[in-house]
Write a protein that binds this ligand. Structure first.
Ligand SMILES: [Zn+2]
Length: 495
């Protein structure tokens, strides 16, 4: 859906909005999620946890957000996590040099380009300031994107807000490996990361505090082709949508990816498949997805092999997940800087495990899920808006409405609400406004099922169950409702 439709819906229903918005001094790039937005966001993490983390026996941790300086010397972020910045000398506007070039002359500027090369491009193409049209810029400087903090009363303990959640995972590797002493070992974490973006924009797509759900899979590089046979059989013929440097857009089965050496091994193909399946579970059609292979210059500084998982929206393709083969870069760096040996012994051989990473953006996924599920329909003269969320992302299992408040219907509806709550269903109760208006309100936030208590309920203990997309209604006995609803919610039955 168009960007302004997302923003209208987000603000109208308080799904997400600028943090500290009542102050003129609010800082760009920070967002709060309201009650419904927070629920949908939590469900996205919950589906990731169920369908990927728990299914693959990964270990999920919760790490601190602030880490000491040494961690980022080791990780390379202090030296390399930079954006090239220039300033207009006349109006003092600040720009990301690569973006300014990219937007003005529509070329792709590789991530690894030097500041001198950027300055040369700006001169050569006579690029002007976007604000005041001057071409008098400072030289390009590297600007480190980490947010620094001074900890403690002395202020001498230098620390940073983590720029990616995976650093906790590398730091905790030794302790978690010790629990089972077995590779491959997957460690996962969902949480906030912080980046001092020069130009935050497009709301949730470029934030300064961003949600990440990351998985790091540690493995023996000699066994990159060893994956349990039953697992491999589940994916080997499953097709991935790939945008390859040599071939362009193509569909390849996991088996082909390995045989044609498009990926370094079965382990990588396997997890790419699981990722695409996760986004299918988020309701994204496969035709809108692609794994974009990155050339060396475009990859992050730690990556040997990268596929950016992207989904097509009205804003073009949006990168949602970076799939990076990080080799032994991280554990090696932390081993050296901390003087703690992070190698393992397997088959009598000592080595530092390699890492394959699935680094997904929570808020970007949230945005794309909204974009993908938004529906506007004409019904006669009426216009109807609903979110076609998969049931697993619906903010509530069902809504409960009394047709009217009087004649004991409200009391009966509360009784049904209590009855279903006792089975663990999450419900929303609404009694105000006409029933049509209430249906419209829950359609708009993607609640899939509504239970209405009417005059017949008082006579025969049945309710009306309504489905969001089709607006079809069924009469169900109250006592049969828990099982019926459970089957629907677990996708074991169609409405
Ligand atoms: Zn200017």
């Amino acid at each position: 859906m168009p960007k302004n439709e997302i923003q209208n819906l987000a603000l109208r229903r308080a799904l997400f909005f600028p943090s500290a918005e009542i102050y003129a001094e609010k800082i760009a790039g920070f967002f709060d999620f309201g009650p419904i937005g927070a629920r949908i966001r939590r469900k996205i993490i919950e589906v990731w946890r169920k369908k990927l983390v728990e299914k693959e026996n990964f270990h999920e941790i919760h790490g601190a957000q602030i880490l000491p300086e040494k961690v980022f010397i080791a990780s390379g972020h202090l030296a390399n996590f930079n954006d090239p910045v220039i300033q207009c000398k006349k109006c003092h506007s600040i720009f990301r040099a690569d973006q300014l070039i990219q937007e003005t002359i529509k070329i792709v500027v590789p991530e690894s380009i030097s500041t001198n090369e950027l300055d040369a491009l700006i001169k050569k193409h006579k690029i002007n300031c976007l604000k005041c049209n001057s071409n008098d810029f400072t030289e390009t400087k590297q600007f480190n994107m980490m947010l620094a903090l001074d900890i403690g009363a002395t202020g001498k303990q230098k620390a940073f807000l983590r720029p990616e959640t995976c650093q906790n995972i590398f730091l905790n590797f030794k302790r978690i490996y010790a629990l089972e002493q077995k590779l491959p070992l997957g460690i996962a974490q969902a949480g906030s990361s912080f980046r001092n973006e020069i130009a935050p924009r497009n709301t949730l797509l470029r934030e300064r505090e961003l949600g990440q759900m990351e998985i790091e899979i540690f493995f023996n590089p000699k066994k990159i082709n060893e994956i349990e046979e039953n697992k491999w059989n589940e994916v080997k013929d499953y097709k991935l949508r790939m945008l390859l440097l040599k071939e362009g857009l193509t569909e390849k089965s996991c088996d082909e990816l390995v045989k044609k050496k498009i990926v370094s091994g079965k382990l990588i193909a396997y997890y790419l498949a699981r990722l695409q399946q996760l986004y299918e579970a988020f309701g994204i059609p496969v035709e809108k997805m692609r794994f974009r292979e990155l050339e060396e210059e475009a990859r992050a500084f730690y990556a040997k092999e990268t596929f950016d998982f992207e989904v097509e929206t009205d804003l073009g393709f949006i990168e949602l997940v970076a799939c990076n083969y990080r080799t032994d870069h991280d554990l090696k760096g932390h081993s050296k800087e901390s003087s703690v040996d992070l190698s393992v012994i397997e088959d009598k051989e000592k080595f530092i495990p390699h890492v394959f990473e699935l680094s997904a953006g929570i808020d970007r996924t949230f945005y794309v899920v909204l974009d993908n599920s938004f529906r506007k329909e004409k019904r006669g003269s009426e216009e109807r808006i609903y979110l076609n969320l998969p049931i697993t992302l619906s903010p509530f299992d069902a809504a409960v409405f009394p047709l009217v408040k009087k004649d004991g219907l409200k009391e009966k509806a509360l009784e049904v609400f209590e009855f279903l709550s006792s089975y663990g269903f999450s419900l929303i109760f609404e009694e105000n406004a006409s029933i049509g208006r209430r249906y419209a309100r829950i359609d708009e936030i993607g609640v899939k099922y509504a239970i209405t208590i009417d005059y017949d309920t008082l006579k025969d203990e049945t309710i009306t169950l309504r489905e969001r997309n089709s607006m079809q209604q069924k009469r169900i006995k109250i006592k049969e409702l828990p099982e019926f609803l459970w089957l629907l919610l677990n996708e074991k039955k169609d409405f």
